[in-house]
Design a protein around this ligand. Sequence first.
Ligand code: SF4
Length: 340
Amino acid sequence: MAVDGSRLRAVNARDRNFTPVTIRRRMEQVDASIERYLGMLDTADRQESEAAELRTARLTTRLDELRRQMRELEVMEQAVAASPDRQISLTDPDARAMASAGTGTGQVGYNLQAAVDTGSHIIVAHEVVNLGHDRTSLANVGRQAREATGTDALTVLADRGYFSGPEVLACEAAGIVPILPKPLTSGAKADGRWGKQDFVYQLTSDTYRCPAGETMTRRFSSLEHGMTLHGYATPACRSRCTMKANCTAGIERRIKRWEHEEVIEAMQARLDGMPGAMQVRRRTVEHVFDTIKDWMGRSHFKTRRLENVATEASLHILAYNIKRAIALLGAHKLMAAMQA
Ligand code: SF4
């Protein structure tokens, strides 16, 4: 199965969605406008003519309007601060601001997650969520796909946006084989120094071998985002390393390892053994989402609230699957199969 998500617009214009960032930005805009109008009002006050009086009246009305907008934004700011996820959508309260993958632009909408069979291109499982990321969806969609197909051996392909250690672990626990790349987030690598991938973990001794050939032993453990991480280091960094400039800007280099890191390493080995996996994933899912978006007229969902939007998405997917099954089997065979 290829798993992917697509952001689809809700019945909620962007200017009817509020987050602390958008409120702050709008307040700055209103502030700037008030300043500008006050300057124009000063100029008009210094002129004594009928036209200037009319302009003063117009500017005063506009200033009142801007001050009213500012008061509304202040009320909204408090409401957003009090809401559970610090976000309010006025037209569809469940819709959330999310970035559109690829375009880099934002929209207010929903995130449609789907597991698509790489052979038949049938959508095997789906769900609609109002989260702007995919990091918590893999195991859930994978489990649904497994239930829908009844298979014991399910491999799911996903992109690096789905990467999350706990999700990979949850897939493994459910008997699902995940294959997805790990995001490369090493700050050291970005700075031109050795990244974590240059350090080799040695399972039997629970140590790392660093690029200078030194052995890094486990020194400490910490809890980060609910994950237990073990830290490895070597005294050689401080005493005798001649390659330190390539490795760390600090006193010593530390490597952190998640307590279940072996599931990530096993997944990386699977990905290395399947060099075409990500192309298969892309080929499988892009066509599906493109087709559904075309059917929706590249427009927004017609309904409001998560429950209704989920039903609307289900109807689109049912239609897509029926058309796909007709293309694969023919209408007569499909009807016979459904009646059997
Ligand atoms: S700085 Fe430390 S970890 Fe890095 S190469 Fe030198 S000895 Fe190894």
